[in-house]
Design a protein around this ligand. Sequence first.
Ligand SMILES: [Zn+2]
Ligand SMILES: [Zn+2]
Length: 194
Amino acid sequence: MSVPHTTLICNQCNASASTLQLDKYRIYLDGGAEVPVRSTFGWCEECASIRPIERFDDAAQVRAELNDIETELNQRSSSWLKRLFNRDLPARSSSLIQLSTKHVTLQHRLALIEKRHGDEACLNCGSRRLLPFTGDYDLELGIDFFYKGSKPTGFFHPGCGGEFIAEGSDIRFHFARITYCYSPVGELLEERRT
Ligand SMILES: [Zn+2]
Ligand SMILES: [Zn+2]
């Protein structure tokens, strides 16, 4: 997979961070379920850098998705009996399994949000010593699928005072297929290579 990205560079000391950090594939391993990790940028005091940190602000969205799935599961289970001898049964039951798996994943995600909202960790080191990243690094995506130009983000380097400048990069990265697996409290457990 290749992704366009932006680099944030301090105009005082040249410290830098790439938005590629946010594009890594991360999951929680939570009691047998694999739950997607949501992330956003933050300032980690421990890493002394802009890092991806956990994000738990999607409760409303997850509840809405859960409701939709529950409605569909209810509808299907009532029609399922009627179609018990239908020839499509294997296909029906495999999509039912997919739906049930999604349902379990979302239930785990909601439980994590309820337990961990306000307890966000740095996804690099697990530290809770974080400051919100308040900068804006959105650049225009060119027709060639690279971010163009540069702009001041409005976020100042803590302890340095320089401002982070967002710069588009014309270097395309190809990601190795690595899944970063975290515990439900945000500790990195393992990196799976597939
Ligand atoms: Zn700096
Ligand atoms: Zn950190």
